[in-house]
Write a protein that binds this ligand. Sequence first.
Ligand code: PPS
Length: 291
Amino acid sequence: MELPKEYVFKYKGFYFGRDTSPEYLDTLEDFEINDSDIFLATYPKSGTVWTQNILSLIFFEGHRNGTENVENLDRIPWLEYNIKKKDYTTLPSPRILATHLPYYLVPRGLRNKRARIIYITRNPKDVMISYYHFSKYIKTLEEIPDLNIFMERFLSGKVLASSWLDHVSGWFSHAEDFNILFLTYEEMKKDLRSAVLKICNFLGKKLNEEELDSVVRQATFENMRKDPRANYESLPDDIVEREKGSFLRKGTVGDWKNTMTVAQNERFDKVLGEKIKTLPIKFIWDINNEA
Ligand code: PPS
């Protein structure tokens, strides 16, 4: 089954949304990489917007102290969705770009291992539930109100960004080709300060205690929700269905338990359970129960 063409198209085996084109994607292999570049790579709904804000707070003093009012979408734009048709060569250094690309479609220059990549994973049940709600909120995604149907799409990779498992296992099994730091949404949730420090260490950025406190405070779910630079609420009405949700929805670990039935959970485990165990990640499925 192929997906409706008005929402997505397939390029080199991967589903993209209509905010990009095959012609633009063709250029990305040769997208010129600077040694100072930073890429934030994720499968959708894994903590991209959160980490975008953390990186903005770490690197842009004006963002941290509130003297600059630049939205994260402009600060850290999407590589493959150049929505505002910006010239990315003019971004201030270090350039920071977000991407949902699989490892095999990123610019070739990243393989010289000088530019840095941060890859965030999240337990796939929470990813799926977050994605399910998101598809109702975003008009450019096909809305699938029935979770059973959405789950089958998700499990078979018939969604924008294709298979969660292929994305995660691809990046992990090719980690040696890149200069990459892996983090999980759940570790950020459990101890944000340590996660911010890990990011700073990886990126060679030194913050004093006060600056670190400020990053952590402004990157909490509650504070980000209130921050117009970080909450994506300025997206236009032709993209979002405001009454149906928000980008920062719940921000918790284990929300899948509130939504999936026992049967749905069993079905999920039947398809992905054994495969997940082959990944080098110890997923946390519920913040109160790490088994
Ligand atoms: S996207 O559309 O791919 O860019 O989505 P992404 O940003 O990767 O993931 C969205 C989920 O991340 C949650 N989020 C946060 N959780 C905790 N703390 C903070 N600060 C935070 N910011 C964003 C967001 O709420 C989405 O998860 P759900 O479960 O839907 O709430």
